[in-house]
Design a binder for this molecule. Structure first.
Ligand SMILES: [Mn+2]
Length: 360
């Protein structure tokens, strides 16, 4: 599939939506959707898709870049009245009924609404995000490359770790190694929580030193060529107690059960339930979070959400995380996270970093 075909296919999903709901145009304003439907990587742009046109208002900073990245889109450089240019684009396309993204902020919505006059406005979020759930070959390869980059950085960092280092030292080293391995940046702020701080599911790295017996939860990802990776490992420093190692083993078992449950046709909630069964069996469900994973792609959190009750059917091409965890306040936390791809026959685990890593 070449680039032209790729975008034609993506836009056809939106055009089907417009026809089904008797709408004339869709206005995309978020980074993720704008990028997915146009290829444009800039931070600001208003993309309008109608049944037979695709146009985008950008400011002068981005005119050349947008023309290069979005060859299937007519690029319009805005006047000093940015939203005025957006309204003009919408009027010129003959749109009467417009759907916008639910994430459009109020400070843009109200002035834009005024400029659009009598247009009928509605909003959508779920459908647009669901359009991005099944990745094409290029997206799968880009995601694999981002994962490989992060795992390379992780592998280079491991031999440098020792007792007495701080959480922040670990996060800094990972960031340095990620850049050396070719990352464009981190896909989110690295989480490092050691010892009792591991119980904070989103612990930010501090000057706390790693002590003998600590388990340290490290959640880390890179952004490369527009795609995100996401991985977590709980490192075992020195003499980890039997009780803590038991928790560690249960979390890994929960992930294994989830992995075994994945194949096309299965519901997201069934995968979630497969992992939770381990924690329920042990009477530890109260110490787990409410979800197991999330899609990754252009953004670090995408559909499908692998959470309790989600009836989304799994299809080949979906990529999401499996990240079970148990958190015991003031004691310890364990999480482990792989990125997986649903295949025609089952599932491919895209993460290859070992789970059980002892240090010191
Ligand atoms: Mn994650």
């Amino acid at each position: 599939m070449d680039q032209a075909e790729r975008y034609k296919k993506r836009l056809s999903g939106i055009r089907q939506y417009l026809r089904d709901r008797k709408l004339d145009g869709a206005l995309f304003t978020s980074y993720g959707n704008r990028r997915y439907y146009s290829g444009f990587t800039g931070s600001l742009g208003y993309l309008l898709i109608t049944d037979n046109t695709a146009s985008m208002v950008v400011d002068k900073r981005y005119t050349t870049q947008a023309q290069e990245q979005s060859i299937h889109v007519q690029v319009i450089e805005c006047s000093s009245d940015r939203l005025g240019s957006v309204a003009e684009m919408i009027h010129k396309a003959g749109v009467v009924r417009l759907v916008m993204e639910a994430s459009l902020t109020l400070d843009e919505y109200f002035p834009l609404k005024e400029k659009l006059g009598s247009l009928e406005l509605t909003y959508e979020q779920e459908y647009f995000l669901e359009q991005r759930m099944i990745k094409d070959d290029e997206e799968i390869n880009l995601t694999k490359a981002a994962i490989h980059c992060a795992e390379t950085a992780f592998e280079k960092t491991m031999p440098l770790l020792k007792l007495g280092m701080t959480e922040k030292d670990i996060a800094d080293e990972l960031a340095y190694q990620a850049n050396k391995a070719g990352a464009d940046g981190l896909s989110f702020d690295t989480i490092v929580g050691s010892g009792p701080r591991g119980a904070l599911a989103h612990a930010f790295p501090t000057s706390k030193k790693i002590e003998n017996g600590d388990m340290a939860v490290i959640d880390f990802g890179v952004f490369k060529n527009g795609y995100c990776s996401d991985m977590t490992r709980t490192l075992l420093f020195g003499d980890v107690s039997k009780d803590h190692k038991h928790i560690f083993d249960l979390v890994k078992e929960a992930q294994d059960r989830a992995l075994e449950a994945i194949r096309p046709g299965v519901l997201a909630k069934e995968v979630e339930a497969a992992h939770r069964a381990v924690f329920l069996r042990e009477g530890l469900d109260n110490f787990a979070l409410r979800g197991l994973g999330h899609g990754i792609g252009i953004q670090i959190h995408e559909c499908p959400q692998i959470v309790i009750g989600n009836e989304t059917v799994l299809y080949p091409g979906m990529i999401f995380t499996l990240e079970p965890g148990l958190y015991f306040p003031n004691d310890c936390g364990v999480r482990t996270e792989d990125d997986v791809l649903v295949t025609e026959n089952g599932v491919e685990d895209l993460s290859h970093t070992p789970h059980e890593i002892y240090i010191g």
